[in-house]
Design a protein around this ligand. Structure first.
Ligand code: NAD
Ligand code: G6P
Ligand code: MN
Length: 445
């Protein structure tokens, strides 16, 4: 330890995940000491509710931490070591449109996959780059840990537009799945496993899993996943618990069946079983509605309760996002040079030998004070390579469309998505998405 105390800005202070992250940071103060937490958001009113509740909580539980919240970039990004970024450009109102517009045309509607994910990407790129620029302007030595979605498209955009920036793009889905796999094997934590993994974000596979003694855990995990998917496996996360998530965890067994030599990420369900997903969707009530009626009501309800009472004592429901401790692990790795392994979304450059060198891939990396080193995953099988080439082209075309304002490239991106049946349907969806996203997308021509 170097006895330094860190200053952290949470970008997207009004996020439903902010209180869980703050409590998680407090729980980890012994290894990641904090002197200041600031919230930044471009929606003052939404942020204020979360911030006032957190302010009360912090005063009562960690009065030594300086706390502030603001919509002013200079205040937010001056004198900081880390930005934890989880913004949602367009908020749930736009997520709902991302999900419902494709469904109108018989195509699945999902936050990060298919046309909905592409639409969200076209909104997120500008927002994330703006925050990265603020960070570099006011605290040039800081690191941004970004988990704003769609992480695959955002990562490709930062590779293209800000190649030298200190940003790490990350995802929590593999964390939860690795916790589940560890528990299947009777281990206490995913940290007792060493994994081999390759893919794109929300589009990857485990191909090797060993315990600390080097024993192969894949046979045991496969046996379990073949019967139950990830459905009945335990994890200490309080995030993926709704019925729709349980359904996704169950469906993994059918995704696994297609290639029993690897363990798939849950998100592959949207690409391998899109017809099933559409049949099981309610066009009037999608995941966005579930989150608005569930997580958002819950979190804002607790915040308002704390604000009204003027104290967090006796108010139930604020809990640390336990599995988000990987964010502290990652910050510690950068700050304290722990050289721990993480799955990161990084430029391939040969780590996956037979795949586009410029693709942003999700692979294990070793993280220390000077950034990350990639762990080579070798050559991947034809099936995965074929799928990934198609999907990475979707992501690259989306970013090119955003940079150039190019209508045809976005039409191509949607057409190429495995979730979309034809260029005709792609165009119908695109034209609706353009109308819905007028406020957020660059103009396309
Ligand atoms: P949310 O809508 O509750 O919060 C997002 C906040 O971002 C809002 O307060 C909004 O006002 C703010 N915001 C929007 N545009 C902004 C901008 N340009 N600058 C500053 N602030 C801006 O959303 P949520 O459900 O809590 O999710 C937050 C984000 O975290 C989403 O992008 C979500 O997809 C992502 N997420 C990622 C992972 C992962 O694995 N990578 C896991 C969970 C959540
Ligand atoms: C997982 C993914 C995230 C995604 C989230 C959606 O955690 O890794 O990238 O944002 O699920 O969850 P939600 O509850 O908002 O549908
Ligand atoms: Mn994710």
């Amino acid at each position: 330890m170097n006895n330094k105390k860190y200053s952290v800005t949470v970008a997207g202070g009004g996020s439903t995940f902010t209180p869980g992250i703050v409590l998680m940071l407090l729980e980890n103060m012994d290894r990641f000491p904090i002197r200041s937490i600031k919230f930044y958001d471009n929606d003052a009113k939404r942020q204020e509710t979360v911030a006032k509740a957190c302010e009360i909580y912090l005063k009562e539980n960690a009065p030594e931490i300086e706390f502030a919240y603001t919509t002013d970039p200079e205040t937010a990004f001056t004198d900081i070591d880390f930005v934890l970024a989880h913004i949602r450009v367009g908020k749930y109102a736009m997520r709902e449109k991302d999900e419902k517009i494709p469904l109108k045309y018989g195509v699945l509607g999902q936050e990060t996959c298919g046309p909905g994910g592409i639409a969200y990407g076209m909104r997120s790129i500008g927002g994330v780059i703006e925050i990265l620029d603020y960070m570099e302007q006011y605290s040039p030595d800081a690191w941004m840990l970004n988990y704003s979605n769609p992480a695959a498209i955002v990562a490709e955009a930062t590779r293209r537009l800000r190649p030298d920036s200190k940003i790490l793009n990350i995802c929590d889905m593999p964390i939860d799945l690795e916790e589940k796999m560890a528990h299947m094997c009777g281990l206490k934590s995913r940290k007792e496993m060493q994994v081999g993994y390759y893919g794109l974000n929300h589009f990857g596979w485990w191909h090797k899993i060993h315990d600390k003694d080097g024993n192969d855990l894949m046979p045991q995990i496969k046996e379990h996943v073949a019967v139950n998917g990830f459905a009945d496996a335990l994890s200490d996360t309080n995030q993926h618990v709704d019925a729709s998530w349980r359904e996704t965890f169950t469906k993994v067994k059918d995704v696994y069946a297609v290639d029993p030599s690897t363990i798939p990420n849950t998100y592959l369900k949207y690409y391998l079983y899109p017809d099933y997903v559409v049949e099981h969707s309610n066009k009037e009530y999608t995941r966005a509605n579930e989150v608005i009626d569930g997580r958002e009501k819950h979190v804002f309800g607790i915040c308002n309760d704390i604000i009204e009472k003027g104290t967090s004592k006796g108010v139930e429901g604020f809990e640390a996002d336990a599995h988000a401790t990987y964010i502290v692990d990652l910050a510690c790795a950068l700050a304290e040079n722990t050289n721990e392994r993480f799955l990161l979304i990084v430029e391939n450059e040969g780590a996956i030998e037979n795949f586009d060198r410029t693709a942003m891939v999700e692979i294990p990396c070793i993280v220390g004070r000077n950034g990350y080193e990639k762990i080579c995953q070798g050559a991947i099988p034809q099936f995965q390579k074929g799928l990934m080439e198609q999907q990475v082209s979707v992501e690259k075309l989306t970013v090119e469309a955003w940079i150039e304002g190019n209508y045809n490239k976005l039409w191509q991106a949607i057409t190429l998505s495995k979730t979309v049946p034809s260029a005709r349907v792609a165009k119908l969806i695109l034209d609706d998405l353009i109308e819905a996203n007028k406020e957020y997308w660059p103009e396309l021509h």
